[in-house]
Structure formats: C-alpha cells, structure tokens
Design a binder for this molecule. Structure first.
Ligand code: MG
Length: 161
C-alpha cells in the first residue's frame, strides 16, 4: 500500500462559478484559476499522483497549456485515474477536507462523493469529503480563498488480475 497527500488553494473572486467536487454551487463568488479551479478535485488528483509517485497536477496539466484553459477538473481526475491504472494501481480510499468560510457546503457532500467515486471507479464509501471553516482567521476566514487537503491510499494490483 502507498499513501499520498494533496493540498491546493484558490482565490475567491466575483464573476466566476464556484465548482467543488464537480458540483456547481450557487454563491456570489467563485474560484479563480486556469481550469475551473475545483480546489477539492485538484487536491484529490495530487494525493493520488503523490501516492503513485507520478509527480503533481501542475507538472501533468500545466496552467500555461491552453488545452487546460477553463477545463472541467473532473477531466483532470479522469486522466489521473487513467495514469494510475496504466501504472497498475487501484484506489483503496481517499479522505479530503475543504476549508471555506462560506457558503455552507455540507448539503453538497453526497453529490461530491458520488462524482469523485464514479470517476475513480470506487464505492462511494471509499471517498470521504469533510468541510470546515477557519473560524474567521487568515485568508480562508476572511473569505478570500478556499483550500483543500486530501490523502489517498492506493495499492499495486496483483499481476494475476
Ligand atoms: Mg489548483
């Protein structure tokens, strides 16, 4: 078994959609980035890539590449899953935390878990998503951004499969 860690931050700005875990969440601000800036999915990708020792999301999907401009980050997760599969890995479980002062996100948890587990071909009980605030402290607390952390556990498939 191998473990990996992912971490990401994006700035909250007006005039952008707020996409988290592949869910379009109604809010007066959204995350700024080259892609759709889905900070949760980016952290999941990096945790999986880290566990498989395959680099990071910035290396594989550079923000200077026009191919990834405004891309749906679930497509990056599909590419990440394919890469792990090519390298003989299967996913045991992932656990993520999103830190956001607003909006309240818990009602979107099941949809996010479903979106991620579908792409990763895992049971939804292999994907957990948690939410917290920063109690008004720092850039998250001031509503200037959202961050996400994720850990992933993977294993090499046996050659007999
Ligand atoms: Mg990112």
């Amino acid at each position: 078994m191998r473990i990996g860690l992912g971490y990401d931050i994006h700035q909250l700005v007006t005039g952008r959609k707020l996409i988290l875990g592949g869910v379009d969440i109604p809010f007066d601000k959204g995350l700024l980035g080259h892609s759709d800036a889905d900070v949760l999915v980016h952290a999941v990708c990096d945790a999986l890539l880290g566990a498989a020792c395959l680099g990071d999301i910035g290396m594989l999907f550079p923000d200077t590449d026009p191919e990834y401009k405004d891309i749906d980050s679930m497509k990056l997760l599909i590419k990440t899953y394919d890469l792990l599969k090519e390298n003989g890995y299967s996913i045991i479980n992932i656990d993520a935390t999103v830190s956001a002062e607003a909006p309240k996100l818990s009602s979107y948890r099941e949809e996010m878990r479903g979106n991620i587990s579908k792409v990763l071909h895992t049971d939804s009980d292999s994907v957990n998503v948690k939410f917290t605030t920063s109690e008004g402290l720092g850039f998250v607390g001031k509503g200037e951004g959202i961050n996400a952390m994720c850990i992933a556990l993977i294993e090499k498939r046996s050659r007999k499969e």
